[in-house]
Write a protein that binds this ligand. Structure first.
Ligand code: RIB
Ligand code: CA
Length: 312
């Protein structure tokens, strides 16, 4: 069976890093490239971190493009308080030696979607949606050529993690998210409602460390670092591995369940900007535009993730 072609749009971030490793470890997936965006940390660091992860996976061949360094209209909000100063705190890894690919990430998205056959490329945005929305604005012709967008972002029953109403990826650039959610591209959304059920535990982290590999050690060290924030905030045993849920869905969609519903993005709210207004009970009459996930087989998710990381 032919590998599924994807582009990961990312703001590494420890959980982004685990998602990228999962994709690179899986033969069912062909990563056409990584497009870095400003989010957890500024663009210079997300573009650096994406290359560090590729080199950790032994994949210097993967093209990494730098994209947008700020949201469409708002001031950039970052999350060093969660991810650390470098965005990949938890383990000291060498600076990347592979160069950035030439050209802007937005142009790579446009050119790739124009070159690849329609309906063959899946976009996996796991950070703010600035690059994706900018590409849609610059080249509307690419929108119908996209097979699917499988993204991490939003929240409904779980409410926000950066404000009482908004999840970080959507909050950073609500205007970009509004463009993507209104685009008509088939959307699969992994909100906090589901990612907060993909929690690390001591046993799960030790299973990564027990792989005895550089990748396993890095994943364990990243989650050890990353989880301190969530454990203090939520009183949970571990941290939610948000972004790998997107790649795990590509590998085994039956791990997840949700509803195909209408989801709108609040862009004007004084207290609710960046909220994903998910019509879970279908009361609005608005057109359905997203598969909004609500549950995950967490044991199955971590079994898949650990087995695949063990291949690197
Ligand atoms: O809210 C979680 C999301 O914000 C994840 O993608 C994490 O990496 C951060 O970008
Ligand atoms: Ca991310």
């Amino acid at each position: 069976m032919r590998a599924r072609k994807i582009i990961i749009d990312t703001d590494p971030g420890q959980d982004d890093a685990v998602a990228i490793l999962l994709a690179l470890a899986s033969p069912e997936i062909e990563v056409l490239g990584l497009t870095a965006v400003a989010g957890n940390v500024p663009l210079e660091l997300t573009a650096r971190n994406a290359r560090i992860v590729c080199e950790l996976a032994g994949r210097r061949d993967v093209r990494v493009f730098a994209g947008c360094d700020a949201p469409l209209t708002r001031k950039l909000v970052t999350a060093e308080y969660v991810h650390g100063k470098t965005g990949l705190d938890g383990i000291a890894l060498p600076d990347p030696t592979m160069p950035l690919a030439d050209g802007h990430a937005v142009d790579f998205l446009i050119e790739t979607l124009r070159e690849e056959a329609p309906g063959t490329v899946t976009l996996c945005p796991i950070g703010p949606l600035t690059n994706i929305a900018t590409a849609f604005r610059k080249a509307p012709d690419i929108v119908p050529r996209i097979a699917e967008i499988v993204m991490m972002g939003g929240a409904y029953f779980e409410v926000g993690n950066v404000t009482p109403a908004a999840e970080f990826n959507i909050y950073v650039d609500p205007e970009a998210a509004d463009i993507v959610f209104k685009s008509g591209v088939p959307l699969v959304v992994m909100p906090l409602d589901v990612t907060h059920k993909a929690l690390t535990t001591r046993a799960r982290v030790e299973a990564f460390r027990g792989l005895g590999t550089a990748a396993g050690h890095a994943v364990a060290s990243w989650t050890d670092f990353f989880e301190r924030f969530d454990m203090a905030k939520y009183g949970s045993e571990g941290a939610p591995l948000h972004d790998p849920c997107t790649i795990a869905y590509l590998l085994d969609p039956d791990l997840f369940s949700g509803r195909h519903i209408n989801v709108e993005i609040e862009t004007d709210g004084r207290f609710t900007a960046g909220m994903t207004v998910a019509d879970w009970w279908r009361v609005s009459g608005r057109a359905e535009n997203a598969m909004f996930m609500g549950d995950v087989d967490a044991d199955g998710f971590f079994a898949l993730l650990t087995e695949r990381i063990g291949r690197l």
